[in-house]
Write a protein that binds this ligand. Structure first.
Ligand code: C2E
Ligand code: MG
Ligand code: MG
Ligand code: MG
Length: 286
């Protein structure tokens, strides 16, 4: 009887694993079906200039309209998509969708601002990325700089030599390039110098405690100086408070993205914003 104990717990453990694997596979299948059936949508989070409050860009953020009543946030599906090849198709969809949307906005005479599109590691290792972009640009005829690819620091640094080659090809197409979640991975400054980048996005984790944590404040200040020294614009992610905004503006951060200014917006709302022109109150004075 003494031996029955570990066996029982093993069975419990293994059935728990089975359940998780089953859930994961079921989710992956639902995602595939969702992609086929057009259940994915993009929200757009506005980005504002810290100096004059102008709308200077947006980030496209994926949502899954799983049922009419259930809008799933990326936290509920991106990881599973990234662990399978699904993210390659999902990511290609997002790139085409943003290009198509930009063309629509241009045709309607709205002001055009660059839109950031998140690109995950697996997409960067996939040879099709350049071709997907080339086609999307060719079919829509939009100025390539209206697309800005966001690649996380971890992706960029994991296979840095290969990524440099890719970034140069992307750069040759004329699209913009950002390093996302800067500060959460590890960056080799030697590589950072060699990457053909436009922009660096300071991760929300550092912005969060800016006003109270002197170390975070030091990291943010140093990042802004570093980025400017390399000729890059700096976007602060996750700006939620006046105090954060004031600090960032005072230290020369270029662009604000965060709930203080706007949450990610559905297409209709962001289209209205573009229609209006559009000026927000200068972040620094709010
Ligand atoms: P990210 O690229 O770093 O995007 C910024 C995230 O921060 C978004 O979360 C945005 O809603 C959130 N955020 C912005 N401002 C604030 C703020 O002031 N406070 C707080 N608490 N959050 C803020 P979201 O939309 O849930 O996306 C999460 C992550 O999912 C993204 O992080 C990105 O890594 C991934 N993701 C989203 N869309 C795509 C996509 O189309 N492709 C890929 N590969 N990944 C995506
Ligand atoms: Mg991003
Ligand atoms: Mg980010
Ligand atoms: Mg992030």
């Amino acid at each position: 009887r003494a031996k029955a104990q570990p066996r029982a717990s093993f069975q419990f453990w293994s059935s728990a694993i089975n359940t998780r694997m089953h859930d994961r596979l079921a989710l992956e299948m639902a995602l595939r079906q969702g992609l086929r059936e057009g259940q994915f949508v993009l929200y757009y989070q506005p980005q504002f200039d810290f100096q004059d409050g102008r709308l200077v860009g947006m980030e496209a953020l994926m949502r899954w309209q799983r049922t009419p009543a259930q809008l799933v946030q990326p936290g509920g599906f991106i990881e599973v998509a990234e662990e399978s090849d699904l993210i390659v198709d999902l990511g290609a969809w997002a790139l085409r969708e943003v290009a198509r949307q930009q063309a629509d906005w241009l045709r309607a005479g709205h002001r055009a601002v660059p839109v950031g599109v998140n690109v995950s590691a697996r997409q960067c290792l996939n040879r099709d990325l350049v071709q997907v972009l080339r086609l999307a640009l060719g079919e829509t005829g939009i100025p390539p700089a209206l697309l800005r690819l966001e690649i996380t620091e971890t992706t960029a640094m994991t296979d840095a030599d290969q990524v440099i080659g890719l970034l140069c090809e992307l750069r040759a197409l004329g699209v913009g390039l950002s390093v996302d979640d800067f500060g959460t991975g590890y960056s080799s400054l030697a590589y950072l110098k060699r990457f053909p980048l436009d922009e660096l996005k300071i991760d929300r984790a550092f912005v969060q405690d800016l006003a109270t944590d002197s170390h975070d404040a030091a990291i943010v200040r140093a990042t802004i100086v570093l980025a400017h020294g390399l000729g890059l614009k700096v976007v602060a992610e996750g700006v939620e408070t006046e105090a954060q905004s004031r600090f960032l503006a005072e230290h020369g951060c270029d662009t604000a993205q965060g709930f203080l200014f706007s949450r990610p917006l559905p297409l209709a709302a962001v289209t209205r914003l573009l229609q209006r022109g559009e000026l927000a109150p200068p972040p620094a004075s709010r």
